[in-house]
Design a protein around this ligand. Structure first.
Ligand code: ATP
Ligand code: MG
Length: 766
């Protein structure tokens, strides 16, 4: 039985043994190989719960105890400081006293740079800990309060990807970023940010990585000394390494091969922040001659949990389970978020094991904003809770001061973002003399992250609403008793495991998160859900609510569209996997797509189309980002009179209702309701058998070309789909969403935007 809520469980299975052989007891053949193989560089790529972190720890211990390396020359890099701490303590249990260095890329880089600066008698640059107040004045005046968060995210993304300001605009477009302002404007702000920072002799956290890499490469004596000190490198969660970290890793290695990494491509969840799983996926290209090891058995979860988690990654084959059968996961729906939270609390109480430990359970949510109501319900039920966000924030006098003034404001939080910094002084010249206070900076950084999350759900939330919410977060975090149920975000749960996991809020807008619209972003959200589900050992309980309140706003919710796959997997747990998968495909194939009726010739339609075009131009997005014709069709049928009614329109969720509601209602109010044709019952069945490529029906290709032009509505045609995709569509004539998704160039986002229309169009073609 594994420990709960921990990264690792690495006590040798034969009890107190700490000799080298004892480390190998209980490992399967693949794990044994991964621990003992001498070949380097080495990458262990395997699924969640296959023992990667366990193998990494044992390998460090085994190689140390057998004299293959000196533990004082080992550097183990982890994703968080907590993970580093756990790694150290596990190594202690395996017989290595505090000899092995374990830390994050940032902490190690900073330590090495301080040595570098002091050895050379150089003054340390100041660490820029108030990025937001630093960046705000660089924004156009009217955008300062609303967009600073997103601009900082873009700058951080660019730096993580090692993209200089000059290259930002091009790369951002190429990689499908969705910046709050035009890419050239962001590039200009990014340039100014770098210049100002240099003028003031300041560095940000990302500069530390870059400067450390430069020092290692540029200064021979320093580089050699550091490489001598740490010559055996290990990295956990390698799928989430970004190019900046990778460059530092390369500088640490120089021409050495002494690197061992572990990771899982299916758990890459930081791409949006600049990570690049390619480092792991193509490890042998980055390190020619590298050895790759796979681990196939899962030690964490029951077969039921594995099947359910695999369904989140549609079509993925579940791992081989090592545990015995357990109960089927459950999915429940509740009237609102309070009812959901109360039900989670009851379930937590019922699930409490015979040993009475609370820490064997966790409640996982997509965003920090959801945690409050859950924490409240657990507390009301007398259950001890621990959260990973907001700890200690409220106790700081400077934070109290900032929140105190915010709590008196009923203006939107976006007007106050400038206040979420560590002192009230706007004068940047004071930055240099301000004493550095890492804790204060961390507290405010945390507050800004919370503000960001709050706003992503509640874009028009008020300052006072935010304060109430953040106080709830901080109160929850203050209780850090050892035995408590953990409430964490999906991201924060990475690498951890619990006997029972409750995943709450499986709703559109949260899972996937509202801002994930591009295929790559949606795929990352799917993996994130997989990370959450794969934390469970035995119990897995999923839920969602039909209505949710964030701050002062209550909205209707729909279930995550990925719940279908998950529920299907749960219903078919008693069938062999292949059979269940076949049944899933068949049921998808039966789903015929409703053809949206042609839009009527009516002035309201004209006005809606013009409005849509303006919106798309203003935001520099595609028409279907605003909404597809099917949504206009539904809008005319529902004919909403209030913002609440808008949520009944197909394709309008809380996000769009909030963003476009006022405009849309005003347009409808100015017209009479048009007569709508009856929606056709079923799209005709597809006739043509899939043709082979090269033998395309030219009429169909032309028809598709015309359809594409219409969709593009003035934009370049390839923004709808490329020629290759068009030819594949003509050749395969997909009839279901699933088949459509199998066409290269059509991902979930495109399928969602115009899939229904495209399928209906194809079905109509002779
Ligand atoms: P993740 O991808 O989620 O980080 P992981 O691959 O790192 O997962 P671990 O956390 O190392 O997996 O292992 C999962 C669980 O399985 C742990 O509780 C670990 O102790 C246990 N485990 C791994 N290998 C074995 C084994 N050979 N015998 C018994 N338990 C094992
Ligand atoms: Mg792990």
């Amino acid at each position: 039985m594994s420990a709960t809520g921990t990264l690792l469980d690495d006590q040798p299975d034969d009890g107190a043994s700490s000799d080298a052989d004892g480390l190998l007891v209980g490992l399967n053949a693949e794990q044994h190989h991964a621990v003992t193989v001498d070949a380097l560089p080495l990458a262990i790529r395997a699924g969640a719960g296959s023992g990667k972190t366990r193998v990494l720890t044992r390998r460090i211990a085994w190689r140390s105890l057998t004299g293959r390396h000196d533990p004082r020359r080992v550097l183990a890099l982890t994703f968080t400081r907590k993970a580093a701490g756990q790694l150290r303590s596990r190594l202690r249990l395996l017989g290595l006293r505090d000899q092995v260095a374990a830390g994050t890329f940032h902490s190690v880089a900073y330590a090495q740079l301080r040595t570098f600066w002091s050895e050379r008698g150089q003054r340390e640059p100041d660490l820029l800990d108030r990025k937001f107040s630093f960046v705000t004045p660089l924004l156009p005046r009217d955008r300062r309060s609303t967009d600073v968060l997103d601009v900082v995210t873009e700058i951080e993304w660019a730096k993580a990807r090692r993209i200089p300001p000059e290259a930002y605009a091009g790369r951002a477009e190429e990689l499908g970023r969705n910046p709050p302002m035009s890419p050239p404007t962001i590039a200009r702000i990014y340039r100014d940010y770098e210049d100002r920072k240099a003028e003031k002799r300041m560095v940000d956290f990302d500069d530390l990585l870059d400067q450390c890499a430069r020092a290692l490469r540029g200064d021979r004596a320093f580089g050699d000394a550091q490489r001598w000190r740490f010559r055996h490198l290990y990295v956990d969660e390698f799928q989430d390494v970004n190019p900046l970290q990778f460059a530092l890793l390369a500088a640490w290695l120089s021409d050495s091969d002494d690197l061992c990494v572990v990771g899982d491509p299916d758990q890459a969840i930081y791409g949006w922040n600049g990570a690049d799983a390619d480092h792991l996926n193509r490890f042998d290209t980055h390190f020619p001659g590298a050895t790759l090891v796979d681990l196939r058995q899962n030690y964490r979860s029951t077969p039921q949990v594995l099947r359910t988690a695999a369904a989140a990654l549609r079509g993925s084959t579940p791992m081989e389970a090592n545990r015995l059968s357990g109960p089927a996961p459950t999915v429940t729906v509740h009237a609102d978020d309070r009812a959901e939270a109360a039900a989670v609390a009851r379930k937590v109480r019922d699930t409490r094991g015979t040993d009475g430990a609370w820490s064997r359970q966790a409640v996982l949510v997509r965003t920090n904003a959801q945690a409050d109501v859950i924490v409240g319900a657990l507390r009301d039920a007398g259950i001890p809770v621990r959260t990973r966000s907001g700890s200690g924030v409220l106790d700081r006098p400077d934070v109290k001061g900032a929140l105190g003034s915010l709590s008196r404001s009923s203006r939107p939080l976006t007007d106050h973002l400038g206040d979420l910094r560590s002192d009230a002084d706007d004068d940047l010249s004071d930055d240099e003399t301000a004493p550095r206070d890492a804790e204060r900076a961390a507290a405010f950084a945390q507050l800004r992250t919370l503000a960001d999350e709050y706003l992503s759900i509640e874009p028009s939330g008020t300052a006072s609403g935010f304060v109430g919410w953040v106080r709830g977060q901080a109160r929850a975090a203050a209780d850090d008793s050892a035995d408590a149920v953990e409430v964490a975000t999906f991201h924060a749960a990475k690498g951890l495991e619990w006997e029972a996991v409750h995943v709450a809020g499986l709703e559109q807008g949260l899972v996937p998160i509202a801002h994930a619209r591009e295929p790559a972003a949606l795929a990352e959200e799917r993996r994130l859900l997989y990370v959450a589900l794969s934390r469970a050992e035995v119990g897995l309980h999923l839920s969602w609510a039909q209505q949710r309140t964030f701050g002062e706003r209550t909205s209707k919710r729909r279930p995550s569209f990925w719940l279908d796959d998950i529920e299907h997997a749960i219903r078919n747990l008693d069938k062999p996997f292949a059979q269940a998968e076949q049944a899933r495909r068949a049921s998808m194939a039966r789903e015929r797509v409703q053809k949206p009726a042609g839009l009527p010739d009516h002035p309201v339609v004209e006005e809606l189309r013009t409005w849509r075009q303006d919106q798309a131009r203003a935001a520099d997005v595609e028409l279907y980002d605003v909404f597809p014709n099917a949504t206009i069709d539904s809008l005319l049928r529902v004919w909403p009179g209030t913002k609440k009614d808008l949520l009944d329109v197909h394709g309008i969720g809380p996000y769009k209702a909030d963003r476009f509601g006022t405009d849309l209602l005003a347009i409808l109010a100015g017209h009479d309701r048009p007569e709508m044709p009856a929606p056709p019952a079923k799209a005709p069945r597809s006739r043509a058998p899939a043709a082979v490529h090269g033998d395309l029906d030219p009429d169909l290709v032309e028809a598709l070309r015309a359809w594409r032009l219409e969709q593009a509505d003035g934009k370049p045609a390839f923004t709808v789909f490329a020629n290759a995709t068009m030819h594949e569509l003509a050749a395969t004539r997909p009839t279901t969403t699933d088949e459509l998704l199998a066409v290269s160039g059509i991902g979930p986002a495109k399928a969602e935007r115009f899939g229904a229309e495209l399928l209906a169009f194809l079905a109509e073609q002779p």
